[in-house]
Design a protein around this ligand. Structure first.
Ligand code: KIV
Length: 273
């Protein structure tokens, strides 16, 4: 059996990801926001860790990702970077840190790279953020794009429903993907779009396409860690596969602890000095 590019690579770089796509080797990506979880992801052999602005939802309890700040993203990213040697760490640029003014975008991206030690940044949108992407790339910072359902634009969309089902929006998405590739993005996330369209994008552009709710015919998959581990309960989109029911497991463990304290069975003789 031939060994995989990912296994034999040292540090995962954007070039390793490109080689994986060229070799039809799927890329596994998950989110993390803290040291302990990032350590587990690294031990499991994940290739890409996304410090997502989904931290706003699963860590901070906000309804949308809009309140997330640059300082908070840097804090989460630095914690993750301290745990990781091999995986590529990509950090989401938060809402308001890159739209509209490419100089501000560069400043935000430079802060993320300098203060967290991450490997790359990700930002949402197509041609409307192209100037920001161009400027960030001039500083030698790798950029991952994000098209389809872009949660930072939720107030424009009005809903988290599947995107690009109509031909016009699908055409627009494909054009944006080509623009991002031409600009020099090293990969693109496609969120919640029809599988057929995602497949077309992945076949058309040469850079890796990572899907979330975009079907199987893309170059890799990403999920939010707290969703796939079953820590979050209310969020159940069709694309989400839960690998654990951690909310039940954790709640049961907490109940046992409370009971042990109340019944004085914890600590026992061996658990004291
Ligand atoms: O913030 C995030 O976790 C993301 C993923 C859903 C791709 O952008």
């Amino acid at each position: 059996m031939s060994t995989s590019i990912s296994e034999t690579a040292g540090k995962i770089t954007v070039h390793v990801l490109q080689r994986m796509k060229n070799n039809h080797e799927k890329i596994a990506m998950l989110t993390a926001y803290d040291y302990s979880m990032a350590k587990l992801l690294e031990m499991a052999g994940i290739e890409v860790i996304l410090v997502g602005d989904s931290a706003a939802n699963v860590i901070d309890g906000y309804k949308t990702t809009l309140p997330m700040t640059l300082d908070h993203m840097i804090y989460h990213a630095a914690s993750v970077v301290r745990a990781v040697e091999k995986a590529l760490v990509v950090v989401d640029m938060p809402f308001g840190s890159y739209q509209g003014n490419s100089k501000d975008a560069l400043h935000s991206a430079v802060r993320i790279m300098k203060e967290s030690g991450a490997d790359a940044v990700k930002l949402e949108g197509g041609k409307e953020v192209l100037e920001s992407i161009d400027r960030i790339l001039t500083a030698g910072i790798p950029v991952m794009g994000h098209l389809g359902l872009t949660p930072q634009s939720i107030n424009k969309f009005g809903t988290y429903a599947v995107r690009a089902q109509e031909e016009a929006e699908a055409d627009c998405l494909l054009k944006d993907a080509l623009l991002l590739e031409k600009a020099g993005c090293f990969a693109i996330v496609l969120e919640k779009i029809p599988a057929q369209l995602a497949r077309k994008v992945a076949e058309t552009i040469k850079i890796p396409v990572i899907g979330i709710g975009a079907g199987k015919d893309v170059d890799g998959q990403v999920l939010v860690l707290h969703d796939m581990l079953g820590i979050t309960q209310q969020f159940s989109p069709r694309y989400l596969r839960r690998y654990l029911d951690l909310s039940t497991e954790i709640t049961n463990a907490l109940k046992c602890y409370i009971q042990d304290v109340k019944s004085k069975s914890f600590p026992n003789e061996k658990e004291q000095y």
